[in-house]
Ligand binder design. Structure first.
Ligand code: INI
Length: 157
């Protein structure tokens, strides 16, 4: 690697940064576990409790509009979107999961702000619980780490 090449990356320092967490109430047994881990992660990395705003929406389909409102605010540095879309007997799953993913991606680009995708998409409740702190880590924690790193990176780019 050449020494003149410029390398830029975010650090895991959350002090002074302001975060919003959006939680879908649908499948709340799962999403409340994602929220608990996300908030814990932010606080352990130095975020002040008063710098965290928590917003609840009915389902993952409603995450997009709330994320857009929060992303446009100058006093929010990153938005963490938490939901759980669990495939049932119908095709409803595909529309809900697809819309959540599409809108979150669009908002991040439109506002040039980290809008982190923490919507679990699984076949079963068991798979969702496993990603919410049972067997496979916790997606809420992972998303908070991503938000911290990206919020720092955005100030450097
Ligand atoms: N919302 C979810 O967050 N997860 C789901 O698994 C889900 N399913 O399967 O229906 C779900 N539906 C509700 C949806 O997000 C909206 O709240 C509803 O359609 C009203 O717009």
């Amino acid at each position: 690697m050449h020494t003149d090449v410029k390398h830029i990356e975010g650090e895991l320092k959350a002090d002074g940064k302001r975060f919003a967490i959006i939680i879908s109430r649908f499948n709340g047994l799962v999403t409340e576990q994602l929220y608990a881990a996300a908030e814990d992660c932010l606080l352990r990395h130095g975020t002040k409790p008063s710098d965290i705003t928590v917003v609840r929406v009915p389902g993952s389909y409603e995450i997009g509009p709330a994320a857009a409102k929060l992303a446009e605010r100058a006093d929010i540095d990153a938005v963490i979107c938490l939901g759980a879309v669990i495939r049932g007997e119908t095709t409803h799953y595909d529309f809900v999961a697809g819309e959540a993913a599409k809108s979150i991606g669009q908002i991040a680009l439109e506002y040039r702000k980290p809008v982190v995708f923490g919507v679990l998409t699984t076949e079963t409740v068991e798979q969702a619980l496993n990603r919410a702190g049972i067997k496979s880590g916790n997606k809420g924690w992972d998303c908070a780490m991503t938000a911290i790193e990206m919020a720092d990176l955005m100030t450097k780019l």
